[in-house]
Design a protein around this ligand. Sequence first.
Ligand SMILES: *[C@@H]1O[C@H](CO)[C@@H](O)[C@H](O)[C@H]1NC(C)=O
Ligand SMILES: *[C@@H]1O[C@H](CO)[C@@H](O)[C@H](O)[C@H]1NC(C)=O
Ligand SMILES: *[C@@H]1O[C@H](CO)[C@@H](O)[C@H](O)[C@H]1NC(C)=O
Ligand SMILES: CC(=O)N[C@H]1CO[C@H](CO)[C@@H](O)[C@@H]1O
Length: 333
Amino acid sequence: MLFKSLVAAAALVSTAFAAPSEKRQNAKLKWFGINESGAEFGEKNFTGVYGKEYIWYDFKTIDQFIGQGMNMFRLNFLMERLTPNNLTDAFDPLYLGNLTQQVNYITSKGAYAMVQPHNYGRFYGNIITDTAGFKTWWKNVAAQYKDNELVVFDTNNEYHDMDQKLVFDLNQAAIDGVRAAGATKQYITPEGNSWTGAWTWISSGNGASLVNLKDPQNKLVYQMHQYLDTDGSGTSVNCVSATIFKERLQAATKWLKDNKKQGVIGEFAAGNNAQCISALKDGLSYLQQNGDVWLGAIWWAAGPWWADYIYNMEPEKGVAWTGILPQIKSYFV
Ligand SMILES: *[C@@H]1O[C@H](CO)[C@@H](O)[C@H](O)[C@H]1NC(C)=O
Ligand SMILES: *[C@@H]1O[C@H](CO)[C@@H](O)[C@H](O)[C@H]1NC(C)=O
Ligand SMILES: *[C@@H]1O[C@H](CO)[C@@H](O)[C@H](O)[C@H]1NC(C)=O
Ligand SMILES: CC(=O)N[C@H]1CO[C@H](CO)[C@@H](O)[C@@H]1O
């Protein structure tokens, strides 16, 4: 209730004061997406077997998400399974085959596919310090998709507890590797230290450091993640308040605007209850109002194996598919 009146008020304000130069503000968000998660499962077992330790994504559910208006799929996978043993080694042809099959399916439907190593800046559990090897890894990966403009390259999932300069250097190496492969049209999405939290983007030092990343194609979209529980970890069904999403986005939004950058919320989620749904709508409305710098948001998560997980959006039984998606899809595309 409270929430509906907030949206109504925001809509009135925007109609009354919208200037032509603010055209993108209050438009529907460009990207509405889902984290497809499963190919990185069994993270302690780097080899693993398809169907036992890990799983790829179901094309039928991809169609169902597209039917709901989604146009962005963030594809989780593990670097150790793509290039076993060494960053600069050859690809495992079957794991690459599956990744490429997913990318091709999604982009053939006109949606974006985000290639996302779910590695936290680590390889076999060790922080990646070989920036030259990381650049080569990205050059090799991007070469596979260089002619597909609907692919988005995510440098790595959630760097954390790392030297800030190393996080900068790895992101820059990834950007340089992608462009060196001849992939010049695609968006690249750098992530920050501290699990790339939006709410800590400034306090963690990410803002001051990553503002200096350079892309000759000028197609960087800074990726931040945001959960709404007390510690921001995305492990509870409870939300701090009905306005916590927006509050946790404010400092990062100012940073994007001050520095003329673009951002995307690459992971967000909340429990299926009234307070969280109010918070989600309030935050998505805020993203829309700041659509000059925010391209969209990507729900965490779907995938065949999430079962009764608190944020499961897998069709047709996931709690977020039934309870959340119908309430938030109107904010997008
Ligand atoms: C790793 O995966 C293989 C293949 O499925 C399995 O045989 C093995 O038991 C797993 N190891 C661990 C430690 O889970
Ligand atoms: C990859 O191989 C190079 C050259 O042999 C070596 O220097 C590097 O440490 C290896 N990296 C990993 C992660 O094993
Ligand atoms: C996907 O991986 C499985 C298991 O390794 C393999 O049998 C299958 O051929 C792969 N698919 C493609 C398209 O490469
Ligand atoms: C917030 C959340 O659920 N994060 C999970 C993301 O997926 C990895 C494994 O794929 C889990 O380890 C995280 O807990």
